[in-house]
Design a protein around this ligand. Structure first.
Ligand code: HEM
Length: 390
């Protein structure tokens, strides 16, 4: 009995390592106190994401390992709250908050950053090439993934003044605190990092310009303004850093036809290498999914990367074929009312990195592939070492 539970846990927190054969939705225990209905078929994942009346987004940011009183006290001491704001907001305030964020991330604004980002990436690729020519290893996560999304985001949205390292530390602590299997000591440690940075966010929420000022002017409470900033600083940069690392690993390890367009390569990599492996919804009422009964309150764990390999959605599900039929039908950005508001930005950044690095990555040796710690949802690689081909 105990052995069976353990194996479920190991699989659930490393779903990117599991063979993702789409099948009937099934109940799984997460081993840290929760149970989820694991949904894998493309049509069912899509149906859940787009039916906001039956399946609400309220649990999107719930901590998968329940937060103990000691860590809660730390968060409360720092004034930390995560009210329904964006991804976790199924209420009436969502469309207006989303509209403000979407306006700042409009594809037209995103496009204005392409040439600036291209120049920056090009410079960094030149220096990576010089290092390789001298026989030195290069960490592609550090040089071409970790800070780029934050630098671009800061050119589009007014953000609190904070060192890049501090933002990264906070964002990664938040993704671990809310989505990883954790000990109480670790939760207390992460709660301190998240809480301390939240003070900066609350201060900016109260006095900052840009999005913060717009949300305040529209009458949103301070907690909601801070919640929107929290989400943007986590979702708006850390996810893309993770994706850029996984994408470059793909380019270094898979032969991609020279004629493949960067946009098609990015799409196929989003399908197979997305950094967000699962996403959650909660049933608002008793319902059924296929033949499976879904009682109200059930947590649904939508396995996005299994859905992306569903043979009913894509021609060659397990192969990396840019531009193939169904390549763009992945659900890496979710679907429906909460579909990712930063999709254009993430795509633009990934296209630039693809275009600028693909020659370099065609002739290198992988010294250390990106490794992801246990997590229900996010990949979070932190290193990707390459060296010259021997
Ligand atoms: C490769 C990078 C990214 C991936 C894979 C990704 C994926 C996702 C997913 C799966 C959702 C939930 C969708 C749903 O519930 O249906 C989401 C929501 C969201 N994402 Fe992204 N995202 C990425 C980058 C970004 C960026 C760069 C930004 C902004 C700068 C951003 C902002 C948001 C926002 C604001 C939401 C909440 C939308 C809402 O609830 O209305 N994301 N993203």
């Amino acid at each position: 009995m105990i052995r069976a539970r353990r194996s479920v846990v190991a699989v659930l927190f490393r779903l990117w390592d599991s063979p993702a054969a789409p099948g009937t939705a099934r109940l799984v225990a997460d081993g840290v106190g929760g149970e989820h209905l694991l949904v894998t078929q493309h049509a069912e994942v899509r149906a859940v994401l787009t039916d906001q009346d039956t399946y609400r987004p309220d649990n999107a940011l719930d901590a998968v390992t329940p937060i103990p009183a000691s860590a809660l006290r730390i968060l409360v001491r720092h004034g930390f709250r995560l009210p329904p704001t964006l991804a976790n907001n199924g209420g009436v305030s969502h469309p207006a908050i989303r509209a403000e964020v979407a306006d700042l991330l409009h594809p037209r604004s995103v496009e204005t950053q392409r040439s600036w980002l291209t120049a920056l990436v090009r410079t960094r690729v030149v220096s990576a090439r010089e290092d390789l020519d001298r026989g030195r290893p290069v960490d592609l996560h550090a040089t071409l993934a970790a800070d780029l999304p934050l630098l671009v985001l800061a050119r589009l949205v007014d953000l609190p003044a904070a060192e890049t390292d501090a933002v990264k530390r906070f964002a990664r602590a938040a993704l671990e605190l809310f989505w990883a299997p954790l000990s109480t000591d670790r939760q207390n440690h992460l709660a301190t990092i998240v809480g301390e940075f939240h003070l900066t966010l609350r201060d900016f929420a109260a006095h900052g310009g840009g999005l913060a000022a717009r949300l305040r002017a529209a009458g949103h409470p301070l907690d909601v303004v801070a919640g929107a900033l929290f989400f943007l600083l986590v979702a708006g940069q850390e996810t893309t850093s993770q994706f850029l690392t996984l994408l470059m690993h793909r380019l270094a390890t898979t032969a991609v036809p020279a004629a493949a367009r960067p946009a098609d390569i990015v799409e196929e990599s989003l399908r197979l290498d997305t950094p967000i492996v699962t996403w959650r919804r909660v049933a608002a009422r008793d319902t059924t999914l296929g033949d499976v009964p879904v009682p109200a309150g059930t947590s649904l764990l939508l396995w996005l990367t299994a859905a992306a390999r569903d043979p009913s959605a894509v021609a060659a599900p397990d192969d990396f074929v840019p531009g193939q039929r169904g390549s763009r039908r992945h659900l890496a950005f979710g679907a429906g009312a909460h579909r990712c508001a930063g999709a254009s930005l993430a795509r633009m950044e990934a296209e630039v990195v693809t275009a600028e690095t693909r020659d370099l990555l065609g002739g290198v040796e992988v010294l250390r592939a990106p490794w992801s710690p246990d997590n229900l949802t996010f990949r979070m690689p932190d290193t990707f070492l390459i060296g010259p081909k021997s």
